[in-house]
Design a protein around this ligand. Structure first.
Ligand code: ZN
Length: 139
């Protein structure tokens, strides 16, 4: 939660922004420039400029035994149809356990009373620089 208090003429507008944690479930991957693979028919596969020109992406939606919809995707050799799993490496700069946040819902209080965004905007519209003070409460 990030909170700002804006004071003007004895009134206080409190703006709270809920922060939503974006959890990276695992490392972020990118194409492995060193990966190459020769399938059983002798076709060579590798990343070329971030693309896999010798493979085609396949996709299948299906319903499991519990009735949940699932989807699978995989890549196949364009020529012989053999399934090939391309090589990836952990993206440079990935940090294990890093927590990222994105702004979520905003809420507003005027003098401690919850107000709508429109009311808050009207209050903000009356503000002129130099007449207000802002406290950042932080998280
Ligand atoms: Zn092939």
């Amino acid at each position: 939660m990030s909170t700002h208090r804006i004071h003007r003429d004895g009134r206080t507008l409190t703006v709270s922004v809920g922060m939503i944690e974006v959890t990276t479930m695992g490392p972020d991957y990118e194409p492995d420039p060193l990966w190459s693979h020769i399938d059983r028919s002798g076709h060579t596969h590798m990343w070329v400029g971030g693309k896999l020109p010798t493979l085609v992406q396949r996709h299948r939606d299906w319903i499991d035994d519990d009735g949940d919809s699932r989807s699978d995707s995989w890549r196949e050799c364009i020529e012989c149809g053999e399934e090939v799993a391309p090589g990836y490496v952990v993206r440079a700069g990935y940090m294990a356990g890093a927590r990222n946040f994105v702004p979520g819902l905003r809420s507003y209080e005027l003098d401690g009373v919850p107000v709508s965004e429109e009311e808050a905007q009207r209050f903000i519209a009356t503000l002129t620089p130099g007449t207000i003070t802002i406290d950042e409460i932080g998280s």
